[in-house]
Design a binder for this molecule. Structure first.
Ligand SMILES: [Zn+2]
Length: 694
C-alpha cells in the first residue's frame, strides 16, 4: 500500500502499470552517486533484425523467430519482476527523471515552482538520517486514535483523516468522476479503500505463500511496536481474516469495468442506510464538503461487507485492523526499521533477489506524487516538438484509415455505421502533454520533511476532489497517475471523454524512432494509436456514445455480429496457457485483445496507403510486411518471474506481453501471406477461424 491517488476514471490503457501494492519501497541508507545518463539503454531498444533468431521457422514459433537472439541476452534484473520494452524504457526514463530531480535539488528556485518542489521532495526523500530520526512521531495521534476509535462519527472522522494524509483510507474515500450517463456532470462517489493484497490473493490456493509472507510481515511490524510474538501473530491472523472478509464479495476486475455494475446512484440517506457504521455526514463535514443530493456507490456488495464487519466483529478487532492500516499506508515514507520490514516483505512476495536502488525508488515515488511538476521539467528538457508533430500527423492517417474501414465494414448495418463514424470523428487525441497543467504551487514541499510532504500532497489531492463537487465536469488531461501522465510509458483511451492521451514518455524507442523506417514506426507507434482508437469500439468502449455517455447506439443486429466476434476472440485466448495450470483469461482481456488486433490492422492498412501501392525493396532480407510483423512482435518482448505472471493474470486487462507479440497476428491474412503459413503449422489458423473486428 502506498500513497497514490485512487483512479477515478475507467481509462483503457496500452499497458498495465499495476504494482502488486503500490510503488516499490526504499530501505538502503547509502546515497549512491548519480549515474550519468550517457549510456542510453534506448539505443538497444526498438526494432532490430539482430534481435531475431532466423534458425527458428516463423511458421512454427513466430515469437521466437522475431525475438530469439534478444531473448537469450535478456535477464530479469535482481531487483525487478520482469523485463521487456516497457520496463527497459521505464528504466531509461527513471534515469532521465533522476537527472532532473538532482539538478533541481542543487539549485535554488522560486517557492512553489516545479523545480523547487521536485528538488526539495527529492532531497527530503533521500535523507534517510532525517527520516530515521523522526520515527513514528508524526503518526502517533492516528495510531492512538485508531486503537480506540468507536462509533460511526469517530470512524468517519478517522477515515477522512487517513484519506487526507495517505490518499487511501482503508474504510471509505471521497472521489469524483463524471456521471456515466451525463459526462458533463461530476458525481461524488464513495470508494472503498484498497486492500493490501488483490482480491484473488486472499482466497486463491496458488497464493498461499503470498498470504503467509503477508502474515509474517504484519507479525514482525507488531513485534516492533512492542507486542509479544504470540500476541503479534494473533493480531496478524485477525487482520488477514478481516481483510479476507472485506475482499470476498468485492467486484472482480472484470465487474469493476462494467458500467452497469458500478452505476449505483442514490440519495445520501439511501447510502447511509447501507453503511450505518460510518456517519457519511460527519465524513463530509470533516472534508468541508457539502453533500450533493445524490451520490454514487461503486461497489454495493463491497460496501455491505464493510458494514457487516463493523457491525459483527468486536470493536477491538476493527481497531487492530485500522491501527495496522495507519502503519502500512505510511511504511514506504518512514525511516528504519519500518522501511526495511516493508521492503523485505515486498521483495520476498515478488520473488526478487535485491531491492531497487534507493534513488530509483525515490524517482518512482516522485513521478506518482508530483506528477505534473516533474512532467513539466521533463517535457522542457527531453521532449521534442518535432516528435509531437510527427505523431500527431500519424494519428491523422490512422484515424482516416479507421473511418474508411468503418464505411466498408461488412457486418455493420447502416444506422450503427453512421453512429460509429460520428463517434470516431469526435475522438479527441492529444499528444505529449496537456494544454493546461495542474497547479501544485500551493503545496508546501520542504527539503527536510518527507512524511509531511506526502501528507500535504494527499491533502491537496483530496481538496481537488472536493472542489469539483457541484461544478460542471472539466476533464484534466494527462492526469491519471501511473497511466497517462506525460512521464508514464503508456497511452490511454478515456470512454467518458471520448479522448486519447499519448504520453511524451512513450514517444521514443521502442515505440517511436524519429526518422526511422516508416514500416517500423507504423507497426509500432501506429499500431499503438490504432489500439487506442479501437478502444472506443471494444466490448466496454462501445457502451459509450460520442459524448462519453453510456447509451446503446447499436442496433440488435450489429450487437449480435459484434458479440459473435467477441466470443471467438475469448475462445482463442482461453486456449493459451501462461504457466502449467494457469490459462490466460480470454474474457478479462477481451477489450485489450480486440484493441491489439484492431490497432495492428489499422496500422498495416495505413502503412500501405502511405506507400500508395508501391512495394519497397526488402531490407535485411525482410519484405515490407515481414518487417511490419517482426517489429510488432519485438515491441512485446517479455520475460517475467512466476510471481509476476500469476499476479497479472488475475488482475490485468491486458494479455501477457509475450502473447501479444504473436497471438493477434494469427488473425491477419497479411501475416499468413507474408510468411506463407500452411495447414499444420503451429502459427496456422483456418481463414474461417480468423477474427476480423475492425
Ligand atoms: Zn488498451
Amino acid at each position: 500500500m502506498s500513497l497514490r491517488p485512487l483512479l477515478s476514471a475507467a481509462v483503457l490503457t496500452l499497458s498495465s502499470a499495476l504494482a502488486q501494492a503500490g510503488p516499490p519501497l526504499l530501505a538502503d541508507g547509502i546515497h549512491r552517486p548519480v549515474r550519468a545518463s550517457a549510456q542510453t539503454p534506448t539505443a538497444v531498444l526498438g526494432y532490430s533484425p539482430s534481435h531475431m533468431d532466423r534458425s527458428v521457422d516463423p511458421r512454427q514459433d513466430f515469437y521466437a523467430y522475431a525475438n530469439g537472439q534478444w531473448l537469450r541476452q535478456l535477464t530479469i534484473p535482481d531487483a525487478e519482476s520482469d523485463i521487456g520494452g516497457f520496463s527497459l524504457l521505464g528504466k531509461h526514463l527513471d534515469t532521465q527523471l533522476q537527472g532532473l530531480a538532482v539538478q533541481a535539488s542543487q539549485r535554488s528556485s522560486p517557492r512553489g515552482s516545479p523545480a523547487q518542489q521536485v528538488g526539495d521532495y527529492y532531497r527530503a526523500a533521500m535523507d534517510l538520517t532525517q527520516r530515521n530520526a523522526v520515527g513514528l512521531q508524526a503518526l502517533q495521534a492516528d495510531l492512538e486514535s485508531a486503537a480506540r476509535v468507536i462509533g460511526p462519527v469517530e470512524l468517519a472522522q478517522l477515515s477522512l483523516r487517513l484519506q487526507a494524509s495517505t490518499g487511501n483510507s482503508p474504510l471509505l474515500n471521497w472521489v469524483t468522476m463524471p456521471d456515466l450517463k451525463d459526462s458533463r456532470r461530476v458525481l461524488l462517489t464513495l470508494q472503498l479503500g484498497a486492500l493490501s493484497l488483490s482480491k484473488d490473493q486472499y482466497s486463491d490456493p496458488a497464493s498461499q505463500k503470498v498470504r503467509e509472507l503477508y502474515v509474517d510481515y504484519v507479525t514482525r511490524v507488531h513485534q516492533q511496536l512492542g507486542d509479544a510474538p504470540d500476541v503479534a501473530a494473533a493480531k496478524a491472523r485477525t487482520i488477514l481474516a478481516l481483510e479476507t472478509a472485506l475482499a470476498a464479495p468485492r467486484l472482480t476486475p472484470l465487474q469493476a469495468y462494467d458500467p452497469a455494475m458500478i452505476y449505483n446512484l442514490m440519495t445520501v440517506d439511501e447510502a447511509q442506510a447501507l453503511i450505518p457504521g460510518i456517519d457519511l455526514r460527519a465524513m463530509a463535514a470533516a472534508a468541508k464538503l457539502s453533500l450533493p443530493e445524490r451520490l454514487q456507490v461503486k461497489d454495493l456488495a463491497g460496501l455491505r461487507a464493510l458494514q457487516q464487519l463493523l457491525a459483527q466483529r468486536p470493536p477491538s478487532e476493527v481497531q487492530t485492523l485500522l491501527r495496522w492500516s495507519v502503519l502500512a499506508l505510511n511504511a514506504d515514507h518512514l525511516g528504519q526499521p519500518w522501511l526495511q520490514l516493508s521492503q523485505d516483505y515486498q521483495r520476498q512476495r515478488d520473488g526478487l533477489a535485491a531491492p531497487l536502488p534507493l534513488e530509483r525508488q525515490v524517482v518512482q515515488a516522485l513521478s506518482q506524487q508530483l506528477y505534473h511538476p516533474l512532467s513539466q521539467l521533463y517535457v522542457q528538457q527531453h521532449y521534442s516538438e518535432a516528435t509531437r508533430r510527427d505523431i500527431t500527423h500519424m494519428v491523422g492517417h490512422i484515424k482516416a484509415e479507421f473511418a474508411r474501414r468503418l464505411k466498408t465494414n461488412p457486418w455493420l448495418d447502416a444506422p450503427t455505421r453512421a453512429a460509429a463514424l460520428a463517434k470516431l470523428a469526435k475522438v479527441d487525441i492529444q499528444v505529449g502533454y496537456p494544454q493546461r497543467w495542474i497547479d501544485f504551487s500551493r503545496v508546501d514541499i520542504r527539503p527536510d520533511d518527507h512524511l509531511g510532504n506526502q501528507q500535504r500532497l494527499a491533502a491537496f489531492q483530496l481538496q481537488r476532489e472536493v472542489d469539483q463537487v457541484g461544478q460542471p465536469a472539466t476533464r484534466q488531461r494527462f492526469a491519471e497517475v501511473g497511466h497517462t501522465t506525460p512521464i508514464s510509458v503508456n497511452a490511454a483511451y478515456d470512454p467518458q471523454l471520448n479522448g486519447i492521451d499519448i504520453t511524451a514518455a512513450i514517444s521514443q524507442p521502442p515505440f517511436f524512432t524519429p526518422g526511422a523506417d516508416p514500416v517500423v514506426n507504423y507497426c509500432t507507434m501506429g499500431a499503438v494509436l490504432g489500439h487506442e482508437l479501437t478502444h472506443g469500439f471494444d466490448s466496454m468502449g462501445r457502451q459509450f456514445d460520442a459524448e462519453g455517455n453510456v447509451r446503446d447506439w447499436w442496433t440488435p443486429r450489429a450487437t449480435a455480429e459484434f458479440k459473435k466476434r467477441n466470443q471467438q476472440l475469448v475462445a482463442q485466448f482461453n486456449q493459451i496457457q501462461l504457466l502449467p495450470g494457469l490459462p490466460l483469461d480470454g474474457a478479462l482481456t477481451l477489450g485489450e485483445n480486440t484493441a491489439d488486433l484492431g490497432g495492428l490492422t489499422l496500422a498495416h492498412a495505413a502503412l500501405h496507403r502511405t506507400l500508395k501501392g508501391r512495394s519497397l525493396p526488402p531490407v535485411d532480407g525482410l519484405s515490407t510486411d515481414q518487417r511490419c510483423f517482426v517489429a510488432w512482435s519485438q515491441l512485446w518482448i517479455y520475460k517475467a518471474r512466476e510471481e509476476r505472471i500469476r499476479f497479472l493474470a488475475a488482475v490485468d486487462y491486458h494479455a501477457n506481453s509475450a502473447v501479444r507479440g504473436y497471438a493477434p497476428l494469427m488473425n491477419l491474412d497479411a501475416f499468413h501471406r507474408a510468411f506463407a503459413t500452411r495447414p499444420g503449422d503451429a502459427m496456422w489458423r483456418q481463414p474461417a477461424d480468423r477474427v476480423r473486428v475492425w
